[in-house]
Design a protein around this ligand. Structure first.
Ligand SMILES: Cc1cc2nc3c(=O)[nH]c(=O)nc-3n(C[C@H](O)[C@H](O)[C@H](O)COP(=O)(O)OP(=O)(O)OC[C@H]3O[C@@H](n4cnc5c(N)ncnc54)[C@H](O)[C@@H]3O)c2cc1C
Length: 278
């Protein structure tokens, strides 16, 4: 087994059954020996309590946990309270994000960009938190030019971010070029690739259009050819994502961050094929 930095992202379930299922998923993932788990945060604070409850449960199990925190639609007082909750639960890692305004919510709130949230966390909590931020190797969909997005990323690091996790992508070169651009900007923080295992291709294609992640044409065509043959789709997805992860690690990526969708089998299979653990 080769050791590498591994982390897994979960979303906070909405039901007690979902919470129970997530416990089982975490148990199944134990063999990976992940360095940390992260828990998403619904923009506008919609999952505030559930994100905290799952993060606290994982923290109490002795596993490092990084709850996400998004600032859009929020204000200083609310963020201050969340930071206090996280601190009093012994949490030392945060994924700091702007987030997207949920439909129907008109007020952008007191923070415009993730960099302002990071400045605020540093003002309020000093060095208590290791702050991770989002990065976009294929560029954030709202960025007018790649250089603007890179400038926004540099701002987040200068405001105090310690490491970055990328949006998922299926083109390894986009990641390597992004890291080159980050290094050329004089920054040396780790940029961990975010990896999305492929379960349902149709869902992935829809989701990717919204978040600006490109599905290469050759990949799209290969999946389309399989129509709704679930096991062939799973196999092709495993081949593609395992190959991508192998290339990223061989090219110097400092670890892998898996978007789990609260499921373990594909992540376990990819890591087993790569012979890696945390
Ligand atoms: C690893 C990962 C985890 C995520 N987890 C969550 C989650 O838990 N909850 C959730 O709601 N969303 C999550 N997201 C999605 C994220 O919230 C959205 O992509 C959101 O649109 C941008 O958030 P950000 O923190 O990257 O924003 P920012 O870094 O603020 O960037 C947003 C846009 O503003 C631009 N920008 C940045 N700074 C400036 C500036 N100073 N001036 C002008 N323009 C600027 C950027 O180029 C970009 O186009 C996640 C994304 C990733 C990659």
């Amino acid at each position: 087994m080769m050791k590498t930095e591994l982390s897994v992202e979960f979303f906070p379930p909405q039901t007690p059954e979902g919470v129970e299922k997530l416990r089982l998923v975490r148990k199944q993932l134990t063999t990976l020996n992940s360095d940390f788990y992260s828990i998403t945060f619904g923009a506008g604070g919609t999952t505030r309590d559930r994100t905290f409850a799952i993060a606290k449960e994982i923290r109490d199990e002795g596993i490092p946990v990084a709850p996400h925190l998004s600032c859009v639609g929020s204000n200083r007082q609310k963020i201050r309270e969340i930071l206090q909750d996280y601190r009093s639960a012994g949490i030392r890692h945060i994924v700091a994000l702007r987030g997207d305004l949920p439909s129907g919510m008109a007020e952008a709130g007191e923070f415009r960009h993730a960099s302002e949230l990071i400045e605020f966390i540093r003002e309020e909590c000093g060095d208590h938190f290791h702050i991770k931020v989002a990065a976009y190797p294929e560029w954030h969909p709202q960025a007018r030019h790649p250089r603007d997005d890179l400038a926004g990323f540099v701002k987040k690091v200068k405001a105090g971010a310690d490491s970055a996790i990328t949006q998922y992508f299926y083109n390894a070169d986009a990641y390597f070029r992004f890291v080159d651009d980050v290094r050329a900007s004089g920054l040396d923080i780790p940029v961990i690739p975010g990896v999305m295992p492929i379960n349902s291709f149709s869902k992935l294609a829809r989701f990717s259009d919204n978040c600006g992640a490109e599905i290469p044409r050759w990949m799209r065509r290969k999946f389309e050819e399989l129509s709704d043959d679930a096991s062939a789709i799973r196999e092709l997805g495993l081949d593609i994502v395992t190959d991508l992860c192998g290339r990223l690690l061989a090219g110097g990526a400092p670890g892998l961050h898996f978007f789990s969708m609260n499921q373990s089998p594909l992540i376990l299979e990819i890591c087993s094929r790569l012979k890696i653990s945390g």
